[in-house]
Design a protein around this ligand. Sequence first.
Ligand SMILES: [Ca+2]
Length: 502
Amino acid sequence: MKYLLPFLAVFAVGASAFASTPPAKPNVLLIAVDDLNDYIGPLNRHPGVKTPHLDRLAQRSVTFANAHCAAPACHPSRVAVMTGVHPATSGIYRNLFGAHGPRWREESPALKHAVVLSQHFRDHGYRAIGAGKIFHTLQWTPGDSQNDPTAWDEYRGDPLDPISPDWPRAKFESDAEAGLTPGRPLGPNHYFGAAPLAGTNEETGDHKIVDWAAAQLRAPQTKPLFLAVGLFRPHIPFEVPQKWFDLHPLAEIKLPVTVENDLADARDHGRRSWHQWVVTNKQWAKLVQGYLASISYLDFQVGRLLDALDASPLRDNTVIVLWSDHGFHLGEKENWEKFALWTQTTRVPLFIHAPGRSRDGQRTQQPATLTDLFPTLCELAGLPIPAQCDGVSLVPQLRDPAAPRTRLSLTSFKFSQEPAPSHAVSDPRYRFIRYGDGFEELYDRETDPHEFNNRAADPALAAVKSRLALGLPATAAPDRIVPANSPYNLRPPGAAKRKSNK
Ligand SMILES: [Ca+2]
């Protein structure tokens, strides 16, 4: 045997040199951002934003400038991304609170056996790890999480309470002390509010999550890596260290572009009391300042993550995807937050870098839906696309951002005041919404980028409306409700209400 070894070694080297070795699987860095709208440099929706690192990411990826969430709320949007199943198929249109695990499998028959994106990569040889808010959870609802812990090799901290322990709160005056009228949205704990955090970035939740992700990127890898990083700001409360507020002095804040009686020809979202409280108490500019400060803080964390990737051995063979779960209103159409179907609510930042494949630095106006991410990532990694996926791969637009897509974007939501789900579609120019009771809105975004002028009844656009209506689902799954006896309910039926973690 002793004399045979050199021969075997030579043979082994020779064999490997001639074998057709498949190309190394690309690593995946999936960055989920919470409530980030188009107030960022690359999408240029609002003056005065400061997002140097998102600008940098746009230079090294394709910007999908007409990308939309599948549903305009955290929970349904995120389940749709992570399963590839659209709300019109699953019936998960709204936030459903009080879960401690993947209760959506019991809420929706279509999701019962759905494979989660991270699990799919794990099933095909990847190490799949995650941190922060990927599935729905909130800073102030400890243990209320829709994450599926079995879908990951490793998750930072408690996968069923991934962010609430990490966030300090700002000091604030009570509304009475500050002379504000009663009726602050979400109550007196200032979750709907803006205030600087004492202390440094290092003490904030997203910073700790990026630290963890950076350590994962530095560690030796024995398998291709699927790393999902869920960042929570700019979600409310708009509480980040003072330095980010200093970047956006209150005197320089511009309010969003609005017109009087914008809702006269559009569907009322049922949330105008929020805006009335903001205007009555002169909080509009202060809240915009808090949102811009939170975006700049988030941008800084994205920069740290990109720096960590670039300093790692994974730098040249990693697909980067950054997406937000939905857009955000700051008073447009007298709305705050989300829960509507206008472009301000549904348009999301979406950047994709695929080494050697994406036309980095370019942008596309072709419509995309976040359910397209699952098949896109499968195609980029050479994985089969599960039959559950409703989306269509965006790889053709990564190769050629001008390549037309025949499919429109599709966003679906169940308004409490509507009898059935509502749906909205976009092509590169127009936006069409049909509500659950049949009411329609049609906007020409080329001439009316703020969607002030509903032209659904305009005969000149009748053909456009008919064409866009073809993108609406012929049938849509009914709205799902919380299953009363799910083992994933955070509290058993009838149990005492949890204390808040304020
Ligand atoms: Ca969200």
